[in-house]
Design a protein around this ligand. Structure first.
Ligand code: LM2
Ligand code: CA
Length: 452
């Protein structure tokens, strides 16, 4: 079956990185549903190697749905709770490889394993042994064969071209679909030929949203465009370019952000300011950038390019640090703003999800920029945002929103709920104009879904 694109008028994804299943369930009901998030992307649910680092989740040892984040029953309860709240579930699917430790051991759920030996699941003949670089590791990203047949950081690389491996991987994905899952983030997609992912897609028991992780590298032989036939593809240039614009260039350059910058076609692009890898590996804006990070997310949610994912992190000091856990290594329940950043709850970001939903389908109009760091645009007839990233306030100006006359909640500074606004109210006149003062590094946003 074909992979479905995000559908409906609720398309925003939130990545609840390393949240345990009971916490995801609670968040769907308390926040994600009410705020209008359409999808939650969860961390890999399968059994993984033991250890305290976050990345143990990317080293599968079996496809039992039992991990640091919870049991199969808890996973099922989470999917049901999210669906009841109107939120679909995307699973991070690790299908390119198994574990990467030379020594074997016992997995999280008790399965014993060795490198290239996963009893009952895979044996040595199910893995690539590319015969390069002395240890079979990928070194040269200019070489297609090497990137897809050698090992990514020693991770046992599955022979995804074989019928047995494809059937086994599809059985795992179909098990997740039977639990009600709606889509998959295909981890390490660059390391699998697009045809191998197509073969998995063809084996799915029903249509599911697919988003493939293919990190763009200039001049590399494997390009993100090769994968668009299977579903969406992550556009990694988006977050890097947005960070550069906010840090050292001009917001005015964003007037044709996306395809105009050589990025993927909008209908195939899945975008984010940061994800769990880029927030560790640099070159992007993260929660540590506070207000500027919120503004970058506000821009992403207002700008109609690609399918946006909002990142939600735990606080970390070093790259390997795992999420808060108990003595047995189980991930603790999430406590927002204490150990966990919960960027998706920041009022600016959470309220801009409503802007995205209310403006779905409307094009950009009324673009304004001052040639530097003050920009504004409307989503024709549905919403309007102006971002002032100058070091000074911009006062005494009027803006041409092109919206119906009325009183609107400024969703950057106030939350609209049950017909009232907790912050400033913006009055649009009969000609579609409004007056507002915008402090330095701040914004004003209004939309037809938050009208008094
Ligand atoms: C991904 N996308 O393609 C994930 O987004 C990324 O987070 C994963 O790397 C990677 N692919 C493999 O699924 C993470 C992490 C690595 C970590 C691996 C495996 O960024 O640092 O590698 O997961 O857990 C770690 C060690 C590495 C070691 C490897 C195998 O950092 O030094 O390699 O485990 O034991 C010898
Ligand atoms: Ca591979």
């Amino acid at each position: 079956p074909a992979a479905a694109a995000p559908t409906g008028n609720k398309k925003v994804i939130v990545q609840l990185f390393e949240w345990n299943w009971p916490s995801v369930a609670a968040e769907c009901q308390s926040t994600l549903g009410p705020k209008g998030y359409g999808f939650v992307q969860v961390s890999p649910p399968q059994e993984h190697v033991r250890g305290s680092q976050w990345w143990v989740a990317y080293q599968p040892v079996s496809y039992r749905i039992e991990s640091r984040k919870g049991t199969r029953a808890q996973f099922q309860a989470m999917v049901n709770a999210c669906h009841a709240a109107g939120v679909k579930v995307i699973v991070d699917a690790v299908v390119n490889h198994m574990s990467g430790q030379d020594a074997g051991g016992t997995g999280w759920a008790g399965s014993s394993y060795g490198h290239y030996d996963y009893p009952g699941t895979y044996q040595t003949q199910d893995f690539h042994h590319c015969g390069r670089n002395g240890n079979d590791d990928i070194v040269n990203y200019q070489d297609r064969y090497e990137v897809q047949n050698c090992e990514l950081v020693n991770l046992a690389d599955l022979r995804t071209e074989s019928t047995y491996v494809r059937d086994r991987l599809a059985a795992y994905l179909n098990d997740l679909l039977s639990l009600g899952v709606d889509g998959f983030r295909m981890d390490a997609s660059k390391h699998m030929p697009a045809a191998d992912i197509a073969a998995l897609r063809a084996r799915l028991s029903r249509p599911a949203y697919l988003v493939q992780e293919v990190i763009h590298g200039a001049g590399e032989p494997i390009q993100p465009e090769e994968y668009t036939g299977n579903g969406d593809v992550h556009e990694f240039r988006y977050g890097r370019d947005l960070a550069r614009v906010f840090r050292s260039e001009r917001l005015a350059y964003l007037r044709n952000f996306g395809e105009g910058w050589g990025h993927l076609p909008s209908g195939s692009a899945a975008v984010f300011v940061d994800n769990h890898d880029t927030q560790r590996d640099g070159g992007v804006l993260t929660y540590r950038d506070r207000g500027i990070y919120a503004l970058a997310n506000a821009f992403m949610l207002a700008w109609p390019y690609g399918s946006p994912t909002v990142m939600s992190s735990y606080t970390f000091g070093n790259r390997d640090q795992g999420p808060p856990s108990d003595g047995a290594g189980r991930t603790l329940n999430t406590t927002c703003y204490s150990g966990w950043e919960c960027e998706h709850r920041w009022p600016v970001i959470a309220n801009m999800v409503g802007f995205r939903n209310a403006t779905e389908g409307a094009g950009v109009a009324n673009w304004y920029d001052n040639g530097n760091n003050h920009i504004a645009f409307s989503r024709a007839g549905k919403g309007y945002i102006t971002i002032n990233d100058e070091d000074h306030a911009i006062t005494g100006r009027s803006y041409h929103a092109g919206l119906p006359a009325g009183r609107y909640c400024d969703v950057i500074h106030g939350t609209w709920s049950n017909g009232s606004c907790s912050g400033p109210v913006i009055t649009v006149d009969g000609n579609g104009w409004f007056a507002a003062d915008i402090p330095a590094h701040d914004a004003v946003a209004i939309h037809v879904g938050a009208r008094l």
